[in-house]
Design a protein around this ligand. Structure first.
Ligand SMILES: Nc1ncnc2c1ncn2[C@@H]1O[C@H](COP(=O)(O)OP(=O)(O)OP(=O)(O)O)[C@@H](O)[C@H]1O
Ligand SMILES: [Zn+2]
Length: 743
């Protein structure tokens, strides 16, 4: 039985994107099965491969596998199905999808050599009596081992009884202790205390939401819910109690949060309720720590997984519930192959297991809310904040008028007044700006030349400490030139505002206040993020300045003011979702205030205050925003009224990129003609908005239509044809199904 196996070879190329059959020698036949990694002869090479099935016979002549790679079972049938679905839906190689699903990096089990008693306790006690006078230290060590179950290595044990390692060696020589290899679990949270928390009494809205979710869970229905709850309405408490009930039924749950919300506060809330049953997976863990958490999940020790996007692949055996918090966040979509969206993967996986999925947010993506309208998803709403706290008052300030009145600073009079009041009242404020650095571009005043990254077609951002120009796309850094590289003049000037400058100006205006900045630049060091947040919580900081990082997820009752320095940054992006992004971001950041009983206010500064995203965010009016936005999507037939595939053509040689992009366009249009379809639209090819990145020129092409299957057929055809042509050598064509960002 099962002499043969089907293997997916770890070589991401088109010709290899299929199953290969190998023979398994007798000695390995029991251990080699689905999910195991093997080493196989491939051509005249050795390659890794993953077993996706066992077979009794082979249709073709087969070779023997060379080796079994390790003793890890990387995936089961369920996760294989998820990978297969991803490969098909997002058009990538199966091996690429499989590798997204399994753990990567250092997959070694950490062990230590601990000292243990060689004989039974009663036998040892006898020896202690014999040794007591002759070798008192040796007796003490034995006594310690009788009394404690400690798993200590030699030096640790020697320390405990204040002796040297030699004592323990002598005991080993006498055959009284032995060394045992013991597994060590790397636990990234072992040094943290979690305050235990218990279920709160739910509000009636929370109760209703919970009941609907549990009805689906209890009936094994793979229903998707959209839990739309205003900021501070207690969505997290609903998740916690749903999970509690899922656990009681012996099932497990996955909770996805955006990487940026994976704050100590969030983890504490889950660990505080469920202790070591919670496993945490995110990119800041070492691969060893991640592997240990992965194994805790796999062997059933941890039944709740909280993590960023890729935690959707956690190897839980009996999945009952998936929660996706802040469902609208773009980080749920992966930028590299497989370019999956965690929400779609979640819904697929939940379908396999008859599990329920809950998408939670205050500002649903248009796609998700649309799906509640046609009853694909079930809508659950929390209209009110906990304790009926009012939504924060939002003031929109027209910065053009400020300038007319002679205010040349970046802060409106209103914002300055409000900050002053907060400081007097000993309350706290958050000041938000979605751009880091000091000045966002540097320009010669004489000739107008803007300093740009050589490898990316973007302007360089000036950072003040140390004074360097940074590329935010490739992390290249360079000195600020004394003279303009173009015309040689000395009139180099700094324009645009970043968080560093905001911090500096706030320090000038409010010298007595304690001001801290939180963005990528101040949180690089391990633990920095946690420290800033805990300082803010303990009110060691009065004003927290920052990017997205300050905008999301936090629950600080003493924050009574949020200032948005400019609301317009996202609006100017060339993307059909820019209004949606702006509305979401403003609503989220506004939601960080008024969470305690002191109320809260928001000051939003803008140069386009009349824009509906800003006006409706001010009114906390999602419904009107949705209606206005969905109408414009329908008129232009953008998602959710169509499906998109984006092709990105890139290479170091610009001419080649242009040629290939046009050829791709021809192939796509030709195929559409053959299909006699006049509904599918082709947009482009055009130069991508980010026209050069890390030394590569970029063009793009979008196809848009009702039926994704048709779009995929076109894409498959065009990409394969192009790949076979000689002009495409050294050119990369990357396919993105359901693209979220089109830069
Ligand atoms: N039923 C309840 N009774 C009392 N307090 C509650 C209840 N539910 C939640 N809370 C508290 O209300 C606060 C806000 O809740 P929570 O953070 O869960 O809201 P949220 O909807 O997830 O917020 P956001 O989307 O803004 O991050 C928290 O401090 C939470 O502990
Ligand atoms: Zn660059």
């Amino acid at each position: 039985m099962g002499e043969y196996i089907s293997v997916i070879v770890d070589l991401p190329v088109k010709q290899v994107n299929k199953e290969f059959t190998y023979h398994v020698p007798e000695e390995w036949q029991d251990s080699v099965h689905l999910g195991r990694k093997v080493i196989v002869p491939f051509g005249n090479q050795k390659k890794d491969g993953y077993v996706i099935a066992k077979k009794d016979k082979a249709e073709v002549e087969t070779k023997d596998i060379l080796e079994v790679a390790d003793d890890i079972v990387y995936f089961n049938q369920e996760l294989l199905q998820v990978a297969q679905w991803m490969a098909e839906y997002y058009q990538c190689y199966l091996i690429t999808a499989i590798k997204a699903v399994i753990p990567s990096g250092d997959l070694k089990i950490k062990t230590k050599r601990v000292v243990e008693l060689a004989q039974s306790k009663s036998a040892t006690k006898q020896k202690i009596n014999e040794l007591k006078n002759r070798a008192p230290k040796q007796a003490e060590v034995l006594r310690y081992l009788v009394d404690h179950k400690a798993d200590l290595i030699t030096t640790e044990l020697a320390n405990k009884v204040d002796t040297s390692s030699g004592t323990i060696r002598r005991l080993a020589d006498r055959g009284l202790v032995i060394y045992e290899k013991k597994e060590v679990k790397r636990d990234p949270y072992q040094n943290l205390d979690f305050d235990e928390s218990n279920n709160l009494d739910l509000t009636s809205e929370q109760e209703q939401a919970l009941n609907s979710i549990m009805e689906a869970v209890n009936n094994n229905q793979s229903q998707t819910f959209l839990l739309k709850g205003v900021t501070g309405s207690g969505k997290t408490e609903v998740y916690l109690q749903a999970i509690d009930q899922v656990l009681e039924q012996g099932q497990g749950a996955i909770v996805l949060v955006p990487e940026i919300s994976l704050t100590p506060q969030t983890i504490t809330r889950f660990k505080g309720r469920f202790q070591e049953q919670v496993a945490v997976l995110h990119s800041q863990l070492s691969s060893g720590e991640r592997f240990d958490e992965w194994r805790r999940i796999k062997n059933g020790e941890a039944k709740i997984v909280i993590g960023a996007r890729s935690a959707i692949f956690a190897p839980l055996s009996d999945l009952g519930l998936i929660i996706i918090d802040e469902e609208h966040e773009t980080t749920y979509k992966q930028d590299d192959h497989p370019k999956y969206h965690a929400r779609e993967v979640a819904i697929y996986r939940a379908g396999l297991k008859q599990a329920a999925t809950v998408l939670g947010t205050a500002t649903p993506s248009l796609e998700a809310y649309y799906r509640t309208q046609n009853e694909d998803y079930q809508l659950l709403e929390l209209h009110n904040r906990i304790d009926d706290r009012p939504m924060p008052e939002v003031e929109v300030v027209d910065m053009r008028e400020e300038l007319n009145r002679g205010n040349r600073t970046m802060f409106s009079e209103l914002l300055q007044e409000e900050i002053t009041t907060r400081l007097e009242e000993e309350e706290q404020a958050i000041v938000f700006l979605n751009r880091r650095g000091f000045s966002t571009f540097v320009q010669c005043r004489k000739c107008g030349y803007v300093m740009r990254c050589e490898d990316c077609d973007v302007s360089l951002t000036y950072h003040s400490n140390p004074p360097l120009l940074h590329c935010h796309y490739c992390d290249h850094k360079e000195k600020v030139p004394d003279n303009c590289p173009e015309c040689g003049s000395k009139y180099i000037k700094y324009f645009g505002v970043g968080t560093q400058k905001v911090e500096e100006q706030l320090n000038e205006l409010f010298p007595e206040a304690n001001i801290k900045r939180m963005d990528v630049d101040t949180t690089r060091k391990k633990g920095a993020y946690r420290r800033i947040l805990s300082d803010f919580k303990e009110h060691k900081i009065d004003i927290l300045v920052g990017t997205q990082m300050v905008a999301k997820g936090h629950d600080f009752p003493n924050v009574t003011l949020v200032g948005v320095v400019t609301a317009d940054t996202a609006l100017n992006f060339p993307d059909f979702r820019s209004s949606e992004r702006t509305f979401q971001l403003l609503t989220q950041v506004a939601g960080r205030t008024g969470r305690g009983d002191k109320g809260g206010e928001v000051v939003v500064q803008s140069y386009t205050p009349e824009h509906y995203s800003i006006q409706l965010a001010k009114e906390h009016d999602y419904k009107s925003f949705y209606e206005q936005e969905i109408a414009s999507r329908e008129a232009t037939s953008y998602p959710p009224f169509s499906k998109l595939i984006n092709f990105l053509v890139s290479a170091e040689d610009e001419d080649k990129v242009i040629k290939n992009a046009h050829k791709l366009g021809e192939l796509v249009r030709g195929k559409i003609e053959i299909l006699e379809n006049n509904e599918i639209q082709v947009l482009g090819p055009v130069q991508a908005p980010l026209s050069k990145l890390q030394g590569k020129f970029r063009w793009q092409l979008i196809i848009k239509g009702q039926e994704l299957d048709l779009l995929r057929e076109i894409s498959d055809y065009a990409v394969t044809e192009l790949r076979d042509m000689s002009i495409s050598e050294n050119v990369k064509v990357s396919v993105d199904v359901d693209p979220l960002r089109m830069l």
